[in-house]
Design a binder for this molecule. Structure first.
Ligand SMILES: Nc1ncnc2c1ncn2[C@@H]1O[C@H](COP(=O)(O)OP(=O)(O)O)[C@@H](O)[C@H]1O
Ligand SMILES: [Mg+2]
Length: 175
């Protein structure tokens, strides 16, 4: 697993753009983390790097938005799903077969019904920094944990580490 740290929404978008360079048809990425953690910001940077000009917003009510870029991007937000089976009704399997890239916000919650072949990115706030910092700067820090599940992303994990190297940050590191 890889830990990264960003200090602004722009940096999260840049990290996402770097990862988008590695994207292949059929890829699945699950974004985990609380409201405001940066899942949509990430998707915006990811989509921009795929050549998508549209404004990417959380598809909270529509559940799925599809955008045309260098690769098609299927953007899902399953926060409102009440039953696991509902994600299957959205046609995720078909999306993956269609040659696009699929990004699912709150995707960790539906992982049991998805193919076990994805990159999970867990977003969190840096609670320790926030508690120590009086200036408010720590509010814009996000920790991203990148976890490959299955062969598709495990085989690419070195490339992932290289892509996000400007932001790599081991939680117990010195700096
Ligand atoms: N390092 C950062 N990465 C991403 N977003 C950040 C960061 N610092 C501050 N923010 C702010 O946090 C919020 C993230 O919102 P959003 O991406 O919609 O989160 P989510 O989709 O996880 O609910 C935005 O208001 C963004 O400006
Ligand atoms: Mg969101």
């Amino acid at each position: 697993m890889i830990f990264a740290r960003t200090t602004s929404p722009e940096e999260t978008k840049e990290l996402a753009a770097a990862l988008a360079e590695l994207a292949r048809p059929g890829d699945l990425m699950l974004l985990a983390g609380d409201l405001g953690a940066g899942k949509t910001a990430f998707t915006q940077g990811f989509g921009a790097a795929l050549g998508i000009d549209d404004l990417i917003t959380s598809p909270t009510f529509t559940l799925v938005n599809t955008y045309e870029g260098r690769l098609e991007l299927n953007h899902l937000d399953v926060y409102r799903l009440e039953a696991l089976g509902e994600v299957l009704d959205l046609g995720v399997a078909e999306m993956l077969d269609d040659g696009g890239v699929t990004v699912i916000e709150w995707g960790d919650s539906v992982a049991p019904v998805l193919p076990a072949d994805y990159l999970e990115i867990r977003f969190s706030f840096d609670e320790v920094a926030i508690s120590l910092d009086q200036t408010g700067a720590a509010d814009d820090v996000r920790v991203l944990e990148l976890v490959p599940v299955g062969a598709r992303w495990s085989a690419r994990i070195r490339a992932v580490a290289t892509a996000v190297s400007p932001w790599i940050h081991e939680p117990d590191g010195d700096d």
